[in-house]
Design a protein around this ligand. Structure first.
Ligand SMILES: [Zn+2]
Ligand SMILES: [Zn+2]
Length: 145
């Protein structure tokens, strides 16, 4: 019995783009972590009550298209950047200094859409009063770093 010397390249390339399609993201591997972020900064940038993120290995990813970085220092002291499209203002990417090897992508923007089964909820203390936390998840009052 023979085995192939190299594993076949996976066709699991995942793509994401902003609302207007100008700012794009691509990953050759599946997400390694998913979380829901309830922080006020995400809310301001995205206009949503909370943000669903899938995190990918940075080395497997690339972005293209004009974007603008919205940087801030979280209460934890960690620097964080949200990358938004210059054309439509849609938030697509989250990069956190504390996790330099992963990049977060707004989950709803990804296609094909991977399953979303977040085990972490971060910045729970900043969540809106009407946002309920599900059972069986790890809740961080603040950031995970
Ligand atoms: Zn756009
Ligand atoms: Zn956030």
């Amino acid at each position: 019995m023979t085995t192939a010397p190299n594993p076949a390249p996976t066709s699991a390339t995942m793509r994401a783009h902003c609302h207007c399609g100008a700012f794009c993201f691509e990953s050759t591997s599946a997400p390694i972590l998913q979380l829901v972020c309830h922080c006020t900064q995400c809310r301001e940038v995205s206009g949503r009550p909370f943000s669903n993120f899938s995190f990918f290995k940075v080395r497997d990813t690339q972005t293209s298209g004009a974007h603008r970085s919205v940087a801030f220092t979280a209460d934890s002291g960690s620097k964080t950047v949200r990358e938004v499209c210059v054309a439509c203002g849609d938030m697509l990417i989250d990069r956190t200094e504390g996790f330099p090897k992963v990049v977060g992508v707004v989950h709803e923007a990804i296609s094909p859409q991977p399953l979303f089964n977040p085990v972490h909820h971060v910045w729970a203390e900043s969540r809106l009063p009407e946002t309920a936390l599900p059972d069986g998840v790890t809740v961080y009052p603040r950031g995970a770093v």
